[in-house]
Design a protein around this ligand. Sequence first.
Ligand SMILES: [Ca+2]
Length: 212
Amino acid sequence: MTCGSNLQGPSGTFTSPNFPIQYESNAQCVWIITASNPNKVKCLLFVTQTFPFRMLLINTHRYCCCNNPVPLTKVIQINFEEFDLEIAYDTLTIGDGGEVGDPTTILQVLSGSFVPDLIVSMTHQMWLHLQSDESVGSIGFKINYKEIDKESCGDPGTPLYGVREGDSFSNGGILRFECQFGFELIGERTISCQDNNQWSANIPICICKYLN
Ligand SMILES: [Ca+2]
């Protein structure tokens, strides 16, 4: 069966077919998410008396004078509320841009139930392709998406029973994690936002040391 849809920013939610009941066998579903207005601009420098300047429409009723408009490019962030596909046989391939299936744009190929905290595109579009084989399904997925500023990995959150140090989600940004007293940190203590808009690892988890 074919399924999927074209989705627009600034935010929304979508699911695999029949979610949370099992998706079909032989499914081929494609979603393309596009930022709501990739052509918006912002003014870095407002000019009031210097000419020449460019008149830019800020909203329906207001104009400003601007001598260096820059594109206000947004990128697409997704996170998984639920995810479970038959491991190794059914896959969700996620790519940057709108060229569905282009192997040079693939960001992740997901299967089973382990997923990144967040996946962020490099451009104003992201594509997703669900492919299932001829037998055995699972519940599928529920995904939330939203637009965020470009050159960002998005807010990955803070572990339950943990604290976070650092607040930059931009390329090069570093977050450090500690767990509350009595809890042990499992995973990476430090993660960084890479140039491809993906965090270097998921955030860690904090588990009680005295659970036996
Ligand atoms: Ca299957």
